[in-house]
Design a protein around this ligand. Structure first.
Ligand SMILES: Cc1cc2nc3c(=O)[nH]c(=O)nc-3n(C[C@H](O)[C@H](O)[C@H](O)COP(=O)(O)OP(=O)(O)OC[C@H]3O[C@@H](n4cnc5c(N)ncnc54)[C@H](O)[C@@H]3O)c2cc1C
Length: 487
């Protein structure tokens, strides 16, 4: 146990664990703490998108996670009589992974914790509860309640990844903006015994008598969620009788067995500031959304990937502290767009009034018949990142492509970024990997990159360590821009 860390992370849920893994891989001395003794066991995330799969790839656990994940290619919002209100069809993606992937959150978190156990620079302390944090001259001082009494530790930075009721958020005085969503739902996860009797697509049944979610999970599991009416209590909803009444229309007796259950209130919130000096908020501590887009955990993992490379660059003396201000500048609008999507979906589903539901159905069915049937493509697309750590221009701020060739994935070949991928003659540079497209070693990937460059009318692309495009254009300008962004 050290008495001084580069980064202290409060909360070892998916956000904190991913940040810990990324920082540990970068060789930063990291203390990862959690007040719980083990991984949270109740039903939560069932879906991750391809961009977040790519983050798992970065920390070396993707094959384990994808071995039990199932792709989801169709997501339907249906009326009570099963007419299609909205349909999302997804297939491939720019990262090469399926656009939508069904998972079991505790298994994903276990994979991350196993990875952390391999990293010498990360120390995981469970049953440690943060009590207090204060800013000192060159960092933070944090006090924890531990099984051995109170412990005090120092760090250069502290990240509050301590979930919805974040202590760090209250300690830094960050209030939350309430985006006006508050609905109670019963969530049940089932072990599957006869998969042939279950839907093989994801469904929202917009039935005012009982709004219902029915989605796949990682292999061997299936999820239902049922909205509660105002006269139904959580205790009542968790009873066997209530659950079996809700499941009756699905005719799955004998096909599934209940594994776990919980009642949640689904919220949409965003913290009003995510940084106070050396202290940051990430994941559910910074933002929460209802689960209808399957994006809450994905957003936390994106926070981790965004913050990790910036903390690394600053702590290694390669960038000024101001780079860390771009974390919130970039992440807030991105996550807000995702919350808006989740709210649109939630407000479509969570209607209990039959008259309002009938009006919704008429309006949405009419719109679908004129606007065309489906939202189809490579998964949801979100606004590109912008701010001082992005070089404005074509493709800037978007996730970069990951070609797969001859059984190899580009990110695994290229290793940690940043990368300059170029058709120009550029000397090797410290702190940046230069890939010249005439190099025979990367020839299997060149056609994909040349096509990307041609589409963006550029001779070079500079890709940040989080796999987002810093900018595309002439190498000289990109390198100058990169240097300015860091310094
Ligand atoms: C029903 C449901 C379905 C969902 N479906 C999806 C989905 O399909 N896809 C998706 O991406 N997301 C989904 N989510 C959201 C996702 O589960 C969360 O966004 C995600 O778990 C947040 O991760 P986190 O690490 O930020 O916070 P958490 O997972 O809440 O972790 C916070 C950690 O901090 C610890 N902690 C708290 N206070 C302290 C303290 N004082 N000191 C030390 N440690 C502390 C806690 O013990 C906890 O382990 C769903 C959520 C629900 C409820």
């Amino acid at each position: 146990m050290s008495d001084r860390y580069d980064v202290i992370i409060v909360g070892a849920g998916p956000t904190g664990a991913m940040l810990g893994a990324l920082l540990g891989q970068a060789g930063l001395r990291t203390l990862l703490t959690d007040r719980a003794s083990d991984i949270y066991p109740l039903p939560r995330a069932a879906h991750i998108d391809h961009e977040t799969v790519r983050i798992f790839q970065q920390v070396g656990v993707v094959d384990e996670i994808m071995a039990t994940s199932r792709p989801a290619e169709q997501y339907d919002f249906l009326t009570a009589d099963r007419q299609v209100l909205m349909r999302f069809l997804t297939k491939g993606s720019p990262s090469g992974w399926p656009a939508a992937n069904m998972i079991h959150q505790p298994s994903v978190e276990a994979a991350l914790r196993n990875r952390i156990a391999e990293l010498d620079d990360v120390e995981l302390q469970t049953s440690w509860t943060l009590i207090d944090v204060s800013t000192i001259e060159d960092g933070v001082h944090a006090r924890f309640e531990t099984p051995d009494g109170q412990r005090s530790v120092k760090g250069r930075y502290l990240v509050g990844a301590d979930g919805a009721s974040s202590r760090v958020r209250s300690l830094i005085g960050a209030s939350v903006e309430d985006l006006q969503f508050d609905e109670p739902w019963l969530v049940i996860d089932m072990r599957v015994q006869d998969p042939a009797r279950l839907p093989q697509i994801n469904l929202q049944i917009c039935d005012p008598a009982r709004p219902t979610t029915c989605v796949m999970m990682g292999s061997g599991r299936h999820r239902w969620e049922f909205m509660l009416r105002p006269d139904e209590s959580p205790e009542q909803a968790l009873s066997d009788a209530f659950i079996s009444t809700c499941l009756a229309p699905w005719n799955v007796d004998g096909a599934v067995v209940l594994e776990r259950k919980a009642v949640y209130r689904f919220h949409a919130l965003i913290a009003e500031h995510w940084r106070a000096g050396p202290i940051f908020l990430a994941g559910d501590a910074a933002h929460q959304m209802p689960p209808f887009a399957g994006q809450g955990m994905c957003a936390g993992l994106r926070d981790a990937a965004n913050l990790a490379w910036k903390l690394r660059a600053v702590l290694k003396g390669e960038a000024k502290d101001a780079l860390l201000d771009t974390y919130e500048i970039e992440r807030r609008p991105h996550v807000k767009a995702i919350i808006d999507l989740a709210l649109m979906m939630g407000r479509t589903v969570c209607i209990l009034d039959p008259k309002a539901a009938a009006e919704r159905d008429v309006a949405m069915l009419a719109q679908r018949s004129t606007a065309g049937p489906d939202v189809a493509g490579e998964g949801f697309t979100f606004p590109p990142l912008a701010g001082p750590a992005i070089f404005p221009g074509p493709g800037a701020g978007e996730p970069f492509i990951q070609p797969w060739r001859e059984g190899r994935r580009w990110d695994d070949v290229a290793g940690d970024g940043p990368w300059l991928i170029t058709t120009e003659a550029v000397e090797a540079m410290k702190g940046l990997r230069v890939f010249n497209l005439s190099d025979p070693d990367i020839s299997p990937f060149s056609a994909a990159f040349l096509s990307w460059l041609a589409k963006h009318n550029a001779s070079s692309v500079l890709v940040r360590p989080d796999r987002y495009v810093f900018g595309a254009g002439r190498a000289r300008e990109l390198l100058q821009g990169w240097s300015t962004a860091l310094h």
